[in-house]
Design a protein around this ligand. Structure first.
Ligand code: PEP
Ligand code: MG
Length: 540
């Protein structure tokens, strides 16, 4: 039994077998084979297995994220049927008498380079597809890494680090817990874990090379402990705690359908933060009163090209319909910083958090923005959609956004396409936005306070930087005063204010937020009933 401590980022206890996610950039061994036809047979079996994995991923993503996210897996299946790709691999095995995985690796490198050298950007993007699919085949042939992640049994994911786009691709139905060696507690991967309500520990000092797949592990998302090969006593204790946690959750279910109102009658709007359609289902299960933040950029991640207007429209329409008239606040895409999509071709920046991201991309590349706006506006006919703009720092930005929205509406009018005029809010997540919140409140219909970035920018602490976590203090007086100031300024203009950053779910601050006059809290679905309980038991 070996115990390690990392930082807990999502509460809960889990016990189960390890599935290692190793970055598969390692050298593929070259082996001489004497029976090339047998090696080709092996390759074909791997090819069939890869197609089956991709089909499973396609079906799951289609259900959870929609056609936009699923398209990538269809494209990968097509590569596995591409005749020149297959012929190249066969030739390499026969001519060089090498093992199948080595032939795949060399073929992958060859095709990836060929596409990367082309002038056409969409061809360049194919290079990433080829690399991805080659890694999948190599994983199966060498029986390592990601191939295990589509396992049929529940597993605890152990990885060096996880990017948001890797996280969205994990089979969540089987995922018991997440453990990473690196990563920041304030990263979007940590936020995703909380949204999915998966116990998670990051920064656990594990030596991944010394851990075998399927090793039993106990993960404690309360204390941050990760215990490999637990003894019988610890296993029994962990199982008991899993049961207790389930019982606590069941008790909270009694609060479903009840109002979020203080003893003396103050009502708070309690909503959910979501990334995709399956989070919306969990929001409904936990009785969310609306969606306070749909991080639409997740529609752009884990794929090779921009989601089309139609794909986005279908996703927004589906959320609006699922929420059946409840308010759904969709934030325009906040790509950049840790949420990277290669096809945006963003330059490498010394300070990405202070860089070309979110609304800045939308204002500089209005075509990308307008595609999203058209999809959003069209979806307004199917429910109660509001639009939220991230990373605002000036009234000029908001005025320019409104002009672009107006232009888009005129274009829809000219094409005879129906839409309703949505409420439009701004995120208060930069100190500048707080300081001019009196002026912003005259323009916006509502505020949504993004406490994650507000903490990052106010305290000058990169939220991705693991070494600075001890300094990252969202309880800092400066942050609480800023929330108070923005709230007062909004109220002076008769506008309402929500908090959608992770701080909104901080149970130690729930009462304080209610006393400050905050109107809405938007949190991970699993936190909704816990917060409702506190609010119903307090005087506000
Ligand atoms: C925030 O900054 O608080 C926020 C809600 O947005 P994100 O975490 O996606 O940057
Ligand atoms: Mg933010």
């Amino acid at each position: 039994m070996m115990q390690f401590f990392g930082k807990p980022v999502c509460q809960g206890i889990a016990i189960g077998p390890v599935a290692l996610l190793k970055k598969q950039e390692n050298q593929v061994p070259r082996r001489q084979v004497c029976d090339p036809e047998a090696e080709i047979e092996k390759f074909h079996a791997a090819n069939i297995q890869a197609k089956a994995q991709l089909q499973t991923l396609y079906d799951k993503t289609l259900k959870e994220v929609g056609a936009s996210g699923a398209a990538i897996f269809e494209a990968h299946q097509m590569i596995l049927e591409d005749e020149s790709f297959l012929a190249f691999i066969h030739n390499a095995i026969r001519a060089d008498l090498v093992n199948a995985s080595y032939a795949v690796s060399k073929t992958g490198e060859h095709f990836a380079k060929m596409f990367a050298d082309m002038d056409d950007d969409s061809m360049k993007d194919k290079a990433a597809d080829i690399k991805d699919i080659s890694q999948r085949l190599i994983g199966i042939l060498e029986k390592s890494g990601e191939a295990e992640l589509s396992a049929t049994d529940p597993f605890i994911l152990v990885a060096d680090d996880l990017s948001p786009s890797e996280t969205v691709q994990i089979d969540k139905e089987k995922l018991l817990a997440i453990v990473t060696v690196h990563g920041s507690v304030n990263s979007h991967t940590a936020i995703l874990a909380r949204t999915m309500n998966i116990p998670a520990v990051i920064g656990a000092p594990l030596n991944l090379d010394a851990i075998q797949d399927k090793t039993m592990v106990v993960v404690d998302g309360f204390t941050g402990s990760v215990t490999l090969d637990p003894d019988e006593k610890l296993c029994a204790h962990a199982k008991k705690r899993v049961k207790e946690e389930l019982e606590k959750e069941n008790l909270l279910k009694e609060l479903k359908g009840k109002e979020t109102v203080t003893r003396n009658g103050r009502t708070i709007h309690l909503c959910a933060n979501v990334h995709n359609i399956s989070d919306v289902e969990s929001a409904l299960e936990n009785d969310a009163e609306g969606i306070g933040l749909f991080r639409s950029e997740f529609l752009y991640l884990g794929r090779n090209d921009f989601p089309t207007e139609e794909e986005q429209f279908q996703a927004y329409k589906q959320v609006a319909q699922l929420m059946a008239g409840k308010n759904v606040i969709i934030r325009t895409m906040d790509i950049g910083a840790d949420k990277q999509a290669d096809y945006f071709h963003l330059d490498r920046e010394a300070n990405p958090a202070l860089g070309y991201r979110a609304i800045r991309i939308c204002l500089k590349q209005p075509d990308i923005f307008k595609t999203q706006l058209r999809a959003l506006l069209r979806a307004t006919c199917f429910g109660n959609i509001s639009i939220l703009y991230p990373m605002i720092t000036s009234t000029e930005e908001v005025k320019r956004i409104f002009e672009i929205v107006k232009e888009t509406q005129t274009e829809l009018d000219q094409a005879g396409i129906a839409y309703r005029h949505p409420l439009q809010g701004v995120m208060i997540e930069t100190p500048a936005a707080v300081m001019i919140s009196d002026d912003l409140a005259k323009l916006a219909d509502f505020f949504s306070i993004g406490a994650n970035d507000l903490t990052q920018y106010t305290l000058a602490i990169d939220r991705q930087n693991q070494r600075l976590e001890d300094f990252f203090n969202p309880h800092h007086k400066a942050i609480l005063r800023m929330i108070q100031m923005a709230t007062q300024n909004a109220h002076k203009q008769g506008k309402w204010v929500g908090i959608c950053g992770e701080l909104a779910a901080d149970l130690e601050l729930t009462k304080e937020f209610v006393h400050m006059g905050v109107d809405e809290l938007s949190v991970a679905p699993s936190k909704i009933l816990k917060i409702r309980k506190i609010i119903r038991e307090m005087n506000g």
